[in-house]
Design a protein. Structure first.
Length: 270
């Protein structure tokens, strides 16, 4: 699913940037993080569905989810979540000690994110903080610690990216959200959405440039950053916030954004 890619790709950026100059990213680490992304995205969905089972019943797009539809019980979902998190822990324990501690620290964000839509119009910001943890973890998995001058701008860029794609995603549900009383950046920005998305995109590009400069990236990397900027500009320009199918299409196309940047990182490193 698109969401699994969007969780995984910031990990690949970080792993790619941490590779030695002239070398490809470590495929073993990429594979571990791929498995971790599948498991943790799944766990996040389970937690989200557990928190939101009563809300999901009232939203057309989510009413058929197993908990909302009554196909499984809350206890069954706890058992399933335990399995997901146990497998994810097995992946985490394959990393160095620094990364184990850093990875475990993200769990509080995973658990609390679904609550944010009840108390703030900025749940997308909390999702960004959660979904881009791999921008820190990937580097530490390769190097044994974080180089903050690279990891923090990369993390910041990822958070800004999440604000772009998840605001677009939230516009699908804005009518239902208004009725049931949950909050989102889509409801906060309303008709000013495109201006906000443009600002987040510029901030993302600046973060990527800073991360690249701080680890001596080369021309292919900056070419990829330019391509990412062009892709985001096209997304925002052609977006119709009142058409759910267009919002979904634009949201899902962000996988291309992440892949473009990863290719640029690999080529720049070589």
């Amino acid at each position: 699913p698109a969401g699994t890619w969007l969780l995984y790709l910031p990990c690949t950026w970080s792993i790619g940037l941490a590779a030695e100059p002239g070398c490809l990213p470590d495929w073993h680490t990429l594979s571990l993080f791929g498995a971790g992304a599948v498991l943790m995205r799944g766990a996040g969905c389970t937690i989200n569905d557990m928190w939101d089972r009563n809300y999901d019943k009232k939203v057309a797009r989510t009413a058929s989810r197993p908990l909302a539809a009554g196909e499984i019980t809350t206890f069954q979902s706890f058992v399933f979540l335990g399995g997901q998190l146990s497998l994810a822990l097995c992946v985490l324990l394959c990393l160095n000690y620094y990364s184990i501690v850093l990875g475990a620290a993200s769990l509080s964000l995973v658990v609390t994110y679904p609550l944010m839509k009840r108390i703030t119009y900025w749940p997308q910001l909390v999702l960004g903080l959660t979904f881009n943890w791999g921008a820190l973890l990937g580097w530490s998995a390769v190097k044994g610690s974080c180089e903050w001058s690279v990891c923090l701008p990369l993390y910041f860029a990822g958070v800004m990216w999440t604000l772009v794609y998840d605001t677009i995603y939230a516009h699908q549900d804005k009518r239902d959200d208004l009725i049931i009383g949950v909050k989102s950046t889509a409801l906060q920005f309303k008709e000013d959405t495109k201006q906000w998305l443009s600002g987040f995109s510029v901030a993302m590009l600046l973060g990527l440039c800073m991360a690249g400069m701080n680890c001596n990236q080369t021309f292919p990397y900056y070419s990829a950053v330019a391509a990412v900027g062009a892709h985001l500009a096209h997304q925002i320009y052609t977006l119709d916030i009142d058409k759910p199918e267009d919002c979904w299409k634009k949201f899902a196309s962000n996988r291309t954004v992440g892949v473009l940047l990863f290719i640029g990182i690999v080529l720049g490193n070589l």
